[in-house]
Design a protein around this ligand. Sequence first.
Ligand SMILES: [Zn+2]
Length: 300
Amino acid sequence: MAARHTASAPACARSHRAATLHKPPGTQKPRLFRPRFHWELLVCGVHGHELIGTDAAQLRPEETIVAREVAGVRWYRCVRCDSWLPLAPPAKPKWDLPPTRDEIELPLRGKALRDRVVLRIIAIDRAIHFLVLGLLAAAVFLFAAHEIRVRDVFYRIVNAVQGTNTSPAHPAQHGFLHTLERLFTLKSSTLYLVAAAAAAYALLEGAEAVGLWYQRRWAEYLTFVATLVFMPYEIYELTLTVSALKVAALTVNVLIALYLLFAKRLFGLRGGAAAEEERRARDVGWEALERTAPGSDPQV
Ligand SMILES: [Zn+2]
């Protein structure tokens, strides 16, 4: 008896999980400690609902899962967030019938939608890195190319402001000026190398940003590897001085690496790309809409 109970428990948990997963977003009881983000509601909040047949004169019977007419009111189902919205039938319909299923590109839902939002947030982070590093590379290139002129201007301004007689022969002994002066003692070949390294790093971050924005698998691997490669340097930096910015940057990068590894199932982890595809098929598409339509069995 006990054995049979144990054997059926995982199946029971699975079907319960399937039922909760397929409840429309926003209708589930909020969890106390681990909030559940309804990505569909977030995206519908920004882009509006995705309704089908709002400008069609008539509805076909097969459209019942996305639009139906009850007592002179048209009920449309948002194909992203599953909300049903009552609207009057169109006064001046543009079409006789709504587009067929083949003509409709269904929006992302569930985990697939979450992944797109998260990957795009990481892409924006990488795009900011690209801009900052690109500007830095350009500034160092310019500085190296016009070092002597910049140095002359620098000393002229310093002497004019401070009334001193600082020059390369009589450098400042300490303080911020001293730090700035050390820049001028770097050879231009070193400066060019620093600029080239910054430019290469900027390009890497730029490639990650573009690939992640379009949800390319290679970009997920590239971002994971690049994040991991620079992590020892970030940790080394923290051993020198600790600042809130450095700690935040390292924490964000650790979270990104963990998300890519486990949630995006890199290197075949948790079933890899095949499991990812299966999950996507479960959440997105007409079959998912049919399964979660009112009156259907959510566990099928
Ligand atoms: Zn919606």
